[in-house]
Design a protein around this ligand. Structure first.
Ligand SMILES: [Zn+2]
Ligand SMILES: [Zn+2]
Length: 718
């Protein structure tokens, strides 16, 4: 008899002791009863004795043997995350697993399931050529489906037919999957810079963090591909993290085309539960050699992990914004060091954190300063001063004329505005009434397409009032612009132009975005109007003009990272222009054309921009020169929210740990869905100091009633 110490998905920072009658080992899934409910837990430790009185210890109901135990390395990684992010171990461990592993539902027998022959293949009708090829392979030995897919892409359907007709049956495969041939298709000759980057990563042995800073079009992906090729030849697994879920199918297709014989799986929240489990298990068995995924894939089991790549490492979506608020990029760096493997962080506009680390020598900086295709030039960047221009509904005549010129040349334009809907607010000219959300501190956005006012924070909506709810007069008019308004303005100006709006409203349907992309590529679109969805990683060969609206909003923002993000976004969106042989042009509408952000952007000069921001941050005492933690609380009762945070603040000050304790302030959205929101910022000169302080702060012990509270380490949102 032994005691299993188990991680359960309950918000309490402890493990729970259970008595195990059967032998159990660390990492195994078990079924236990907790508060009269059956729950799946993970065994974190096995010990001989418990401090809990004997009569209060329950027994493990069942040890689940239907999947391999979690590895020591993964458990250590999760323990690190729980400690670093000060989040209970149970939810940390359980939330890292595919949903199917968190519920008590029998799993289909594990992946190393294959097929074997049970009838003489010579009796198969001759016209069944693909099925015949599969059976011929099975004559040699039982095979798993991914291996058969290499013979024929339609192997899945064929196998179902063969199984139904009684030619084959499922069987467990005992031998490890054979290593696929790591043939690299369409290998380009690398530029000297690219080659140097590849060599530098491969030359270093063991852990090393490399920041690959390459301008748009410099061929970062080709560097990744060549690195992957070498690692695959050596039998290693690769984890490739990407920011956006809507980019993964495209990227999956791309990398599969470069390594046609190599099993590749993707992991992201858009997969069905079963598909995610299957892919996760293929990574776990080592069968999948390339794992491509969004932030959650940083917790995939990878027994032969030999390289991690984080593409667009500056992207905010690597940071989880609820539950375990981890940064997948930072966890990936830790994971690489834990596994003793190289990691490459790639970006055209690195985060200041990574850039600073490279300057300080902690990361190795690899630069790609030239476009890979010599004939393609960087787009010409310019500003349109909105104070000196004739404007129509927020769009300058100059920009409208440039769009017209593109239409007549059969080229595409993209108008980038990071705001969906028709107008961000409806206002009364008579009395000043505004479309405030009743439940939030924000405004209701006007959506003319479906004639609604809609709150983007809480989702509540209502019809558009016919008269002003404040004074009853007919003085309501939209203020500001969103994608819909720009679309209708352009349609009015260019009635024959084919305009496509790409934002979260127009791409709600599952395949909508995919179809739109095909339309764009087929040149069935003249003008694209869209939000940042359009900025990321898409190549549109006929696009020669990018117009940017509403950029100045970020310059007014209270968030100190807003300008950094704007620069990255504009670099990215400008990278869409003029990728093929046609030169591109980017025109930014602004009231501050002399702002350093636009001046650096005009010269594609990230380094000057970064060094300017860094010296500002150093002076102001902002990250990356300090380390932050944010305690947030929200609840229906304002007094309770503030009382809780004030208590936490008093406790923090009383500790006297040399950390800076700021005042309790309203969150940037001070009320959401009828919940008052406030926050308390803590800042320290070093990570270590902050961590020591957080361990002793004991905010869990402050009574919080029904408040929702969270601690965010290295917060990205203010
Ligand atoms: Zn009014
Ligand atoms: Zn609201």
């Amino acid at each position: 008899m032994s005691i299993a110490r188990i991680a359960l998905d309950v918000p309490i920072s402890t493990l729970f002791d259970y008595e195990a009658e059967e032998p159990v080992s660390r990492g195994q899934r078990v079924l236990v009863e907790f508060r009269r409910r059956k729950q799946i837990g993970i065994v974190m430790e096995v010990v001989a004795q418990s401090d809990v009185p004997q009569d209060r210890i329950k027994k493990v109901i069942r040890v689940l043997e239907d999947c391999e135990p979690l590895s020591e390395k993964l458990l250590d990684l999760l323990q690190f995350c729980s400690d670093y992010y000060h989040y209970p171990i149970g939810p940390t461990v359980l939330s890292a697993l595919p949903t199917r592993l968190r519920v008590d539902k029998p799993l289909a027998k594990n992946m190393r399931q294959g097929f074997r022959l049970i009838r003489d293949p010579s009796q198969l009708p001759a016209r069944k050529t693909v099925a015949r090829r599969i059976l011929e392979e099975l004559v040699k030995k039982p095979c798993a489906l991914p291996e058969l897919r290499r013979l024929a892409p339609t192997a899945g359907a064929q196998m179902r037919w063969l199984e139904m007709e009684g030619w084959i049956e499922r069987s467990e495969l005992k031998d490890a999957p054979s290593l696929p041939a790591a043939r690299l298709a369409n290998a380009h000759r690398l530029t000297p810079e690219q080659q140097q980057a590849v060599d530098q990563v491969l030359q270093s042995s063991g852990f090393g963090c490399h920041l690959l800073h390459g301008i748009t079009g410099s061929g970062k992906t080709e560097v990744y591909v060549h690195l992957m090729h070498r690692i695959l030849q050596q039998g290693g697994q690769i984890l490739l993290l990407v920011p956006e879920i809507n980019l993964t199918p495209q990227l999956e297709g791309y990398f599969q085309s470069r390594f046609p014989e190599v099993p590749l799986v993707s992991l992201h929240s858009g997969l069905s539960e079963n598909a995610r489990l299957q892919n996760w298990q293929q990574a776990q068995t080592g069968e999948a050699r390339i794992v491509l995924g969004t932030r959650l894939s940083v917790f995939a089991e990878l027994p032969s992990l030999a390289l991690i790549i984080v593409d667009e490492e500056h992207d905010g979506s690597f940071k989880q914004q609820d539950g375990l608020r981890y940064s997948a990029r930072d966890v990936a760096v830790f994971r690489a060091s834990q596994s003793g493997v190289p990691i490459v962080l790639g970006s055209a506009t690195p985060s200041l954190e990574s850039y600073h680390n490279a300057e300080a020598g902690r990361y190795k900086l690899l630069r790609l300063t030239r476009r890979a295709k010599s004939e393609s030039r960087l787009p010409k960047m310019g500003c349109i001063n909105v104070n000196q221009s004739v404007m129509t509904e927020g769009v300058s005549e100059r920009l409208l004329a440039e769009i017209g010129a593109r239409i007549s040349r059969g080229e595409q334009s993209l108008i980038f505005i990071n705001r969906r809907g028709y107008a961000p607010v409806l206002m009364c000219a008579e009395c000043g009434w505004m479309s405030d959300c009743r439940h939030c501190a924000g405004k209701m956005v006007l959506h003319l397409k479906d004639r609604k006012l809609r709150c983007h924070h809480c989702g509540s909506q209502q019809g558009i009032p016919a008269a002003c709810p404040g004074c009853g007069k007919a003085g309501l008019h939209p203020v500001g612009s969103g994608t819909q308004r720009v679309e209708s303005l352009l349609q009015a100006r260019y009635p024959d132009a084919r305009i496509l709006r790409v934002d979260r409203d127009s791409t709600r349907n599952k395949h909508a975005w995919q179809q739109m992309r095909e339309q764009i590529h087929a040149n069935e679109v003249d003008i694209l109007v869209g939000t940042q969805m359009l900025a990321k990683g898409h190549d549109f060969p006929s696009l020669t003009l990018v117009g940017v609206l509403g950029a100045d909003n970020a310059l007014y923002s209270a968030d100190f990272r807003a300008a950094e993000r704007l620069f990255a976004q504009l670099m990215q969106v400008s990278g869409r222009a003029g990728r093929a042989d046609k030169p591109g042009e980017v025109l930014i509408q602004t009231a501050f054309p002399d702002h350093p952000l636009f001046r650096c952007l005009k010269h594609h000069d990230f380094d000057s921009w970064a060094s300017q921001l860094l010296s500002e941050r150093r002076m102001a005492g902002f990250p990356p020169f300090v380390f932050q933690a944010m305690l947030r609380a929200e609840g229906r009762n304002e007094n309770e929210v503030y009382a809780y945070l004030e208590k936490a603040r008093d406790q923090a000050i009383a500790l006297q740990r040399g950390v800076e304790v700021f005042g309790v302030v309203p969150a940037s959205l001070a009320r959401r869905a009828n919940h008052v929101r406030a926050q308390l910022l803590i800042q320290a000169k070093s990570r270590k100091l902050l961590q020591q302080f957080l361990r002793d702060w004991r905010i869990d012990e402050i009574p919080a009633g029904k408040l929702h509270r969270s601690l965010d380490i290295d917060p990205m949102e203010f």
